[in-house]
Structures are given as C-alpha cells and as structure tokens.
Design a protein around this ligand. Structure first.
Ligand code: FES
Length: 155
C-alpha cells in the first residue's frame, strides 16, 4: 500500500539548509533596514521654538546646564548667558559635556567648550542658539534660531 498522503519526514540536511537560508535572509533584511536608517538623525524631533529655562539668577557660572526640552546646554559667564546645541552635527546624537567641551558617544566626535570640532567625523561646530528674555523675566532659548558663536545675552 502506497503512503503518498502521509507527509514525508524532512531530511536533516534539508532542514539545516533551509534554516541557514532563512537566517541569512533575515540577517540581510535587518542589515538593509539598518543601513537605510543611517542617513537620518538618531534623535527624536525636539520641542520646537522657544523653551523657557528659568531666571538668569538661577543659572550659576561654570558648567552648562542641560535643558532636555531644548536639547541644548545653557551657560552663564561674566559676559552673559548663551546656549549651545547638544545635537551632534554628524548624525544627530546627543553630546555629553566634558571638562574639555563636548563628546559625542556615537562616532567619537569631539568639540571644544565653544562647540568647535576638535575631532571628526562631525562636519561642523555645534550651533549656538539664540537666548532672550521673556516678559516674565525667564530666559528663553530659541531652538530654531542659530546665532554666531560668541553671542551672549547680557543679564
Ligand atoms: S553622531 Fe556621529 S559623531 Fe556624533
């Protein structure tokens, strides 16, 4: 009696071959998705426009204060208050502040304390952002407006 209706057991070699083929296909697919995503910044779009960051007197001289909603560091020194974007100009990772300036954790770019590139691959300096005073006396960072490096708000 013929046993054609009963499924044939899969050969071990066939199974391993198909498993390897599916694994290679999945790997190539994921790698393609990853490479297609590379040109786009790794950050989620931030709060656009003006971000209030508190009163000038609350800002002490010295290291910058990270303002997450503006994705920027705000500083105060003898000349005034200024803000430097924390978004790396390479592919958009968020930099961290160091004693020498800023480091990007993604591909190793480094910036000095004024945001100038000291080591690539970042193609340009961290932008300085416009800082103003709101009618209620709070500092406001305009995340959409870049200003020349060195621009500070006298307070
Ligand atoms: S995102 Fe590549 S070095 Fe910062």
């Amino acid at each position: 009696m013929s046993d054609l209706r009963r499924p044939q057991p899969i050969q071990r070699r066939d199974f391993l071959g198909k498993a390897a083929m599916w694994t290679c296909g999945a790997t190539l697919g994921l790698a393609t998705v990853g490479m297609a995503r590379l040109p786009f910044p790794a950050v989620i779009a931030g709060e656009a426009g003006a971000v209030k960051v508190g009163r000038p007197d609350d800002l002490a001289p010295g290291p910058g204060r990270w303002i997450a909603s503006a994705r920027a560091f705000v500083f105060r020194d003898d000349a005034g208050v200024y803000a430097i974007s924390g978004i790396c100009t390479h592919l958009g990772c968020i930099v961290s502040q160091t004693l020498a300036g800023f480091d990007c954790p993604c591909h190793g770019s480094r910036f000095d304390s004024q945001g100038e590139v000291t080591r690539g691959p970042a193609p340009s300096a961290l932008p300085w952002l416009e800082v103003g005073l709101a009618p209620d006396g709070q500092l406001v960072i305009d995340t959409q407006t870049n200003v020349p490096p060195g621009t500070k708000l006298s307070v």
